[in-house]
Design a protein around this ligand. Structure first.
Ligand SMILES: Cc1ncc(COP(=O)(O)OP(=O)(O)O)c(N)n1
Ligand SMILES: Cc1nc(C(=O)O)sc1CCOP(=O)(O)O
Ligand SMILES: [Mg+2]
Length: 204
């Protein structure tokens, strides 16, 4: 599946609750979301597997890949399109070997030191950030701003998506900094009209 990082939606169980997670995702995809990541830090494996299966069915035929956050076993159980891991979420080589060569594998990078250690032969993209502080991730790293984003993106051996506090009005600056797109939770999840919220990014 072709990887288009231009508008990357990450789900959050409480923020997406207003319209329901599935309905939010379907509306956001209508609005132009190009990647969906299922992220739930507290769900049990069976709960997450069930949710991932529902999302997979909803996304079938749209060309929008379903990525699972953190949980390799869930990605494998549902045959998701890919997995996103952070610096403390396990080994890239192990994940690649378990997922196989065709799955999408993404890694979070916050610093130049982490970037220097990236194994680009086993990864498909990087998540760079946080650009801004955000209440959607309590344990986020020090914000890097657009200047830090531009420095990391310029040195990145892989396509990159920016993350952290991004809104539609930042879409052009994200691209100007060298990222292919924005990864967002709150700019779409929990918005009164998730389809319109996604469309607002596409228009920029
Ligand atoms: C696209 C994208 N980029 C970065 C992250 C953050 O991953 P991580 O640092 O592992 O933090 P958690 O999301 O697991 O809390 C991401 N999920 N997606
Ligand atoms: C999941 C996540 N990872 C981040 C990182 O910096 O790696 S910031 C973040 C939360 C992004 O949510 P919002 O779009 O609401 O700011
Ligand atoms: Mg993680």
């Amino acid at each position: 599946m072709r990887l288009d990082l231009s508008l990357y939606l990450i789900t959050d169980p409480s923020l997406c609750a207003e319209h329901g997670l599935l309905e939010t995702v379907v509306a956001a995809v209508r609005g132009g979301v190009t990647v969906v990541q299922l992220r739930d830090k507290y769900a049990s494996e069976p709960e997450l597997v069930a949710q991932a299966r529902r999302l997979k069915t909803a996304l079938a035929g749209t060309g929008v890949p379903l990525i699972i956050n953190d949980r390799l076993e869930v990605a494998l159980a549902v045959g998701a399109d890919g997995l996103h891991i952070g610096q403390d979420d396990g080994d890239v080589l192990e994940a690649r070997q378990a997922l196989g060569p065709d799955a999408i594998l993404g890694l979070s990078v916050q610093t130049q030191e982490q970037l220097a250690r990236v194994d680009s032969s086993r990864l498909d993209y990087l998540g760079l950030g946080p650009v801004f502080a955000t209440s959607s991730k309590g344990d986020h790293a020090q914000p890097i701003g657009f200047e830090g984003l531009a420095t990391l993106a310029a040195a990145s051996p892989l396509p990159a998506v920016a993350i952290g506090g991004l809104k539609a009005e930042h879409a052009a600056a994200v691209r100007a900094a060298g990222a292919q797109g924005a990864a967002v939770i709150s700019a779409i999840c929990g918005q009164p009209d998730p389809e319109a919220a996604a469309r607002a990014f596409v228009r920029q």
